[in-house]
Design a protein around this ligand. Structure first.
Ligand code: G4P
Length: 536
């Protein structure tokens, strides 16, 4: 394909995810982005689906309950000539390693914060993952229509807790019932808020010049004075808007609004297009692989079985890294060297699939297959292309899984082997013992999914025996856990992962910190140390 045409397609793409603490408004914002992108006729369908929620935490129920917010669902929509790929990151109790892996497949994120609550635990965790890759982070402070924390405190909290420079791209005019809109600091104009019943259509926005006396009229005199002082203070205290710093993840532009009322969403979207980045090249041995290469390549970041209960199938999700994808293309899994024809490739809209005719770097394709694929595999038209592996993350829950249907020992083993290959949970062995594997998960839902699938697909009932460790760290290469046995704090132990890399298990953070204090020379890692040359 002509490089110019390919590059044009790449430049048009934006691939991102939304991160937030549960209830901050991620689903609502997703829905409103789709509304502004013209992909949803009438907002309200997402939350309406959510409302049909069942209380069961069973995996399929979870999918149903979340409506379009299914783990790794990819939504593609257009906005002002751009193609946006929004990858959903499941949060809350369905928090799992999946969430982390999805973040490996995006180029930037929107972080949603509840204006009444500020930064909450889940946001912090997800933020840290994004921070490691230095991806641009756009902050949307939501629910300004409710009583909110003072905006300066929110900015201060972002800077102190997240250790990132926060640049308010706009500034709220009051909050709660008095919320009047925002002042766009980049364009120097006021965007006035009009309440829309039910938030079901695009909100009309009245634009006013910064010197317009109308603004003074609609605000209480004290509030008007405070806002002017705050704006002046920001001008003095902060340097101007630095786009480069946004692209390198050092500065987060901050937008205030109210997603449920559609307010501030369009402004966010417009700025996102303007200041975010097109797809970023992925690396091979530390070197970016050119996206406009004639070689098609993609990496697999998610495998999901039973996406469609009517078909009971296995969907593999891959992010395209170079070249052009066309329907029915034959690719090579560069790990197994096997050829596979991608005849069932789809782009996703919620649970609905659409056949993908063509796709470009930054796009996500999902294909149905029974062939051998693993998370992190590279698929390519060139067998020599292999992207760096997707990092693993330190689990925080551990358990042994016991088979309670003894007659099904064979299917239990087979099912567990298959599901471990899908990286649903991680696998460890204690004290270098190759006996029963100790399973590790970032969140307990991963165990639930494992049990659900063993029951559903392998007719095996299982029982979990939870273990007391909450913190696990990888040791540096060359140090074994057994060497440290005598030096470990109470209730800690050692072992290795499924690739024989040595690890320590601590009862809690306190245990890990006390070990670190006694052994400052031993660095502990929250993802496996990599051999030189194999960096991510
Ligand atoms: P999540 O995906 O991050 O978990 O959050 P979600 O969008 O589901 O929003 C959580 C709750 O916050 C919802 O209320 C939603 O309507 C509300 N919300 C979202 N944005 C705003 C906003 O800008 N202002 C106000 N006041 N509320 C907002 P709910 O009662 O749980 O559901 P529903 O009955 O409203 O659908």
């Amino acid at each position: 394909m002509n490089k110019t045409v390919l590059n044009n397609e790449i430049q048009k793409r934006r691939t991102f995810a939304i991160i937030s603490h549960p209830d901050a408004g991620k689903t609502t914002l997703t829905e409103k982005l789709l509304l502004y992108g013209g992909a949803l006729e009438l907002a309200g369908s997402v939350t309406a689906k959510k409302k049909q929620s069942a209380t069961s935490s069973d995996w399929m129920e979870l999918e149903k309950k979340r409506g379009i917010s299914i783990s790794s669902t990819v939504l593609q929509f257009d906005f002002e000539g751009f193609k946006l790929n929004l990858l959903d990151t499941p949060g809350h109790k369905d928090f799992s390693e999946d969430t982390y892996r999805v973040l490996m497949a995006v180029d930037f994120v929107i972080m949603v914060i509840d204006a009444g609550k500020g930064i909450e635990s889940q946001t912090l965790k997800l933020f840290e993952i994004c921070r490691k890759r230095d991806v641009p982070i756009f902050t949307f402070i939501n629910k300004l229509d409710r009583p909110s924390l003072p905006p300066l405190d929110l900015i201060d909290e972002l800077e102190k807790v997240l250790n990132i420079h926060a640049y308010p791209a706009n500034w709220p005019l009051d909050n709660g019932p008095e919320f009047k809109g925002v002042f766009d600091r980049l364009k120097k104009e006021f965007n006035l808020f009009e309440r829309v019943p039910g938030g079901s259509y695009r909100v009309p926005v009245a634009l006013r010049d910064a010197s317009d006396p109308f603004i003074k009229e609609i605000l209480h005199s004290e509030t008007f004075k405070d806002i002017n002082e705050e704006l002046e203070m920001l001008e003095v205290a902060q340097e101007g808007f630095d786009h480069e710093a946004v692209l390198s993840g050092k500065t987060t532009p901050v937008f205030f609004g109210s997603a449920v009322n559609n307010f501030g969403v369009e402004l966010l979207l417009k700025n996102l297009i303007k200041y975010s980045c097109p797809p970023v090249a992925r690396t091979i041995n530390g070197k970016p692989f050119p996206m406009d290469s004639s070689v098609f390549s993609a990496f697999i970041f998610k495998i999901q079985t039973n996406m469609d209960p009517r078909h009971r199938d296995r969907m593999v999700f891959a992010r395209i890294c170079s070249g052009k994808f066309t329907r029915d293309m034959t690719i090579i899994n560069t790990r197994s060297k096997k050829e596979v024809r991608l005849s069932s490739s789809h782009t996703m809209f919620g649970r609905d699939r659409e056949i993908t005719e063509e796709a470009y770097p930054g796009d996500i394709i999902g294909f149905v297959t029974n062939a051998d694929f693993s998370i992190g595999d590279t698929i390519s038209s060139d067998p020599s292309v292999a992207f760096n592996e997707i990092p693993r993350f330190a689990p925080e829950c551990f358990a042994y899984l016991l088979n309670s249907t003894m007659s099904a020992a064979k299917s239990f083993r087979k099912g567990l082997d298959h599901l471990l290959a899908e990286h649903i949970v991680q696998c460890f062995y204690l004290n270098n013992n190759v006996g029963m594997p100790l399973l590790g998960a970032v969140g307990p839902l991963q165990f639930e999914i494992l049990q659900y699938r063993l029951r559903d697909e392998y007719s095996t009932e299982t029982r979990l025996e939870m273990k007391q460790w909450e913190v696990m760290r990888w040791l540096p290469l060359g140090i074994t856990g057994s060497e440290l046995e005598g030096a470990l704090p109470y209730n800690s132990t050692f072992g290795c992962d499924d690739q024989n890399r040595h690890v320590l298990f601590f009862q809690n953070q306190w245990g890990m910190k006390s070990f670190q204090k006694d052994h400052p020379d031993i660095e502990l890692y929250d993802n496996p140390p990599v051999q030189p040359d194999k960096d991510i």
